[in-house]
Design a protein around this ligand. Sequence first.
Ligand code: BO1
Ligand code: ZN
Length: 257
Amino acid sequence: GQHFDYKKSDEWPNEYPICAGDRQSPVNIELHHVRSMEPGRPPLGRFGYDKKPTRMKIVNNGHTVQLSGEWPAKDTPTIYGGPLTGLYELAQIHFHWGPDNTAGSEHTVANQSFPLEMHLVHWKKSYENISEAMLHDDGLAVIGYLMSVDKNPNTGLERMRASFNKILRPQQTTEIEPFPLTLFDLDLLKEGYVTYVGSLTTPPCNESAIWLLSVRIKDVTMDEMDSFRKLRMENHNEHNYRRVQPLNGRSITYYYD
Ligand code: BO1
Ligand code: ZN
């Protein structure tokens, strides 16, 4: 994997020049800057999220905890419609957090941070594979959910964190009992979402991502946050979010179905 330090993110461009590009992520979302979609867009759709994978694993890759699964080809979680053209297949799910509840999310809303942000990374199936997709400006579609601390446990997070004791250190990985992604209660953007074109939020910072951020803030419990914070990351990092990047004239559009 890539080597980089969140404490030295200002130096990422030295090794990864795209990190200084002009369509970088994350960004701050100012609601009064958001435009409404033009009418006539096909609604965002998905399939496969309700299908149980045949295998599932979590890995501590030193930068985040990453969940991935194996599904029969026709059941692989896939999204389409909305701002997307073509089909985008899920590759992995991961999270960004901080040392306490005042920070952790990558995207901010009206300059406000949230303790946790979940990313569902999809790649456009018309490209050969995900590495190829990452070389195109519409190659990836990342769905983001901001989460704030409340009392309601999330069944998907509970299933994951039950095995976090096996991946406390970087490069540790473990298989988990497969579950369908519907257990995360991803009311796929029911109340609408904002979308903009951006990048990977870590090196190599490829400017290949279409971002879809749910307007609905999800719940995470204090116990769930504690489990994330117990995971040891590379370079003794206690957070794994990148600072917000300049919009540079990009527009952010509000979509609702
Ligand atoms: S994020 O969603 O913008 N935080 C993000 C950041 C980095 C990656 C993906 C999403 N990295 C890429 C790796 C590829 C890998 C792909 C899918 O993730 O650079 O090597 O294939 O796991
Ligand atoms: Zn991410």
